[in-house]
Ligand binder design. Sequence first.
Ligand code: FES
Length: 258
Amino acid sequence: MSTTATKPRASIAARTLRTDRWWLAPLITVVGLGAWVTYATVRVFLHRDFYVADYHYLTPFYSPCITDRCGEAAEFGAPLPSFWLIPEAAFTLPFLLLFRLTCYYYRKAYYRAFWLSPPACAVPDGHQRYSGETRFPLIFQNAHRYAFYAAAIISVINTWDAVRAQQTGLGLGNLILWANVIMLWAYTLSCHSCRHIAGGRLKHFSKHPVRYRFWTFVSKLNTRHMQLAWITLGTLALTDFYIMAVSAGWFSDLRFIG
Ligand code: FES
């Protein structure tokens, strides 16, 4: 019979032995996400300067525009009344919020930065108890796959907005809209759920060459998921700001054609 002597754990008074700037990444996340959420919330409830009729520029924060405040921007009808608590994109914003909130990358980011759970590797958790994502409310994080389906449909709508704007010619606003749409597709397709949908539950890739090629493509994008998550926050805010500025008359759209 063999016995294994176990040494008692060392008693260390320090909260962490890390001496590097481990707090920098969570701090940047708090500042970056906090600033973006503040900007987006203000814009969504501003209810103005969201559309440039001459060039069919519609900001993604108001797409599809479905309240009776939308006017010409209501490409898909306007079934909702205008009320300050109802965003113009009331149908899509909840799904986009769910998609980002349940995203594997954002979960890591805000668990660390806002819940300190834990703030960094080898740094103690900010909470006494840990129940993970197996109980209410975090068990709803498992709905991510369904949020992905909704986000894919919304990316199609954003693509339609860019196509619609393209019909009036070409300006700087068109380039910004297209850059945003391309980045949104890259972020959406790089989703971990998308990768599993593309290549999961298969025994032989050799028997599914199309899915294998798509899975390979998605896998390459997936390695950049964190960067794409931040880049799309930037392109969304930039697109919205540009359209707001042109719509409000702060400056004119730079036109190349039309
Ligand atoms: Fe980030 Fe799906 S894991 S969007």
